[in-house]
Design a protein around this ligand. Structure first.
Ligand SMILES: Nc1ncnc2c1ncn2[C@@H]1O[C@H](COP(=O)(O)OP(=O)(O)OP(=O)(O)O)[C@@H](O)[C@H]1O
Ligand SMILES: Cc1ncc(COP(=O)(O)O)c(N)n1
Length: 268
C-alpha cells in the first residue's frame, strides 16, 4: 500500500488540519501518517489557542516515520514559526522526501493568524523550494508573490511569479473567488486552468487542507500532477457536495460520502 505523511496542526473538531488530512488520505486509498506541528484549540467558530510543538520533538516525529515507513508523499500544512519550518526542511532534505506538497496556511477562514510574520519569509526560502507543488489561496498568493490579485490575469501572473522565484509548481486556488471553483496551475513554464463547479455550501472549513492532502495521496499512488489535481478537485466536490451541516460556524465536510464511478474503483 502507498503511504503519505501529513505535517500540520490539529483541529479537535475534525474539519481542518491533521484530522482532515488523515480522513482525506485514507479515503483516497493511501496509508495515512502524521507529525504534529501545533495543538490548536479550534472548532467551526474559530481558533481559541495554539500550543506549538518544539522543533526537536517535531523532528523526532518526522524521524520515527521516515526510519520505519518512508512516505511516498508528504503534505505540509500549518507551520507557525521559523524553528519548526527550518526543522521540517532539514529533515525532509536529509530523507530526500518525495512528492512534497506545501499548503502555505497563513490565516484560518475565521481570520485567526496561523503563522508568524517572520515565518512567512522562512517558508518562502526553506519550504517552497522543496515542494513539487505549493497550493496557496488568493490571499496567500498575494503575500507570496508580493502583488494584489483582482482579476484572472493577476492569478496567472502571481502563480508564474511564485513558481519562478522558488522553483516549484504553483496551484493557485480560486475558491475565494465569488462564484467559481477554478484553480490555476503553473508548472514547468506552462499554465493550465482546472475548472470546477461552485457548490453552494457555506460549510467549507478545511477545503484547503483536504485538497492538498488529496493531491499528496494521488501523487503517492503514482498519478502525475495534473491528474492528481483533477482527481482531488473531484474528491473535494464529493465531500463538499454531501452537504454535511455540523457545528455553529463554518462547518466541516463529509469525507465518507458515496464514492462513485472511477473513484470508487481506485479507492478499493
Ligand atoms: N464552494 C465551493 N465549491 C466547489 N469547490 C470549492 C468551493 N470552495 C472552494 N472550492 C475548491 O476547494 C479547493 C480549496 O480552495 P480554497 O480557496 O477554499 O482553499 P483555502 O482557502 O486554502 O481553504 P481553507 O478554507 O481550508 O483555508 C479549491 O480547489 C477550490 O476551487
Ligand atoms: C490546523 C489548521 N490548519 C489549517 C487550517 C486552515 O483551514 P481553514 O481556513 O478552513 O480554517 C486550520 N484552521 N487549522
Amino acid at each position: 500500500m502507498r503511504t503519505a505523511l501529513s505535517i500540520a496542526g490539529t483541529d479537535p473538531s475534525g474539519g481542518a488540519g491533521i484530522q482532515a488530512d488523515l480522513k482525506t488520505m485514507t479515503m483516497n486509498g493511501v496509508f495515512a501518517m502524521s507529525a504534529i506541528t501545533a495543538l490548536v484549540a479550534q472548532n467551526t467558530t474559530g481558533v481559541r489557542e495554539i500550543v506549538e510543538m518544539t522543533p526537536d520533538f517535531l523532528g523526532q516525529q518526522i524521524d520515527v516515520v521516515f526510519e520505519d515507513i518512508p512516505p511516498d508523499a508528504v503534505k505540509i500544512g500549518m507551520v507557525a514559526s521559523c524553528g519548526l519550518i527550518e526543522k521540517i526542511a532539514e529533515r525532509l532534505r536529509f530523507y530526500q522526501a518525495r512528492n512534497v506538497v506545501v499548503d502555505p496556511v497563513m490565516v484560518a477562514t475565521s481570520g485567526y493568524r496561523l503563522i508568524s510574520e517572520e515565518a512567512v519569509d522562512t517558508m518562502k526560502t526553506c519550504l517552497l523550494p522543496l515542494a513539487v507543488v505549493v497550493t496557496p489561496n488568493i490571499p496567500e498568493a498575494e503575500i507570496l508573490a508580493g502583488m494584489d490579485i483582482h482579476r484572472q490575469e493577476d492569478i496567472e501572473a502571481a502563480a508564474k511569479r511564485i513558481s519562478e522565484a522558488y522553483g516549484c509548481a504553483v496551484l493557485l486556488k480560486g475558491g475565494h473567488n465569488i462564484n467559481d471553483a477554478n484553480d490555476y496551475l503553473y508548472a514547468g513554464g506552462v499554465g493550465t486552468w482546472f475548472y470546477g463547479t461552485h457548490i453552494n455550501n457555506p460549510n467549507t472549513h478545511g477545503t484547503g487542507c483536504t485538497l492538498s492532502s488529496a493531491i499528496a495521496a494521488n501523487l503517492a499512488k503514482g498519478f502525475d500532477l495534473p491528474t492528481s489535481i483533477r482527481r482531488s478537485k473531484k474528491y473535494l466536490s464529493g465531500a463538499l457536495g454531501a452537504m454535511l451541516d455540523l457545528g455553529k460556524g463554518r462547518g466541516p465536510m463529509q469525507h465518507n460520502f458515496n464514492l462513485t464511478g472511477e473513484y470508487a474503483k481506485e479507492a478499493e
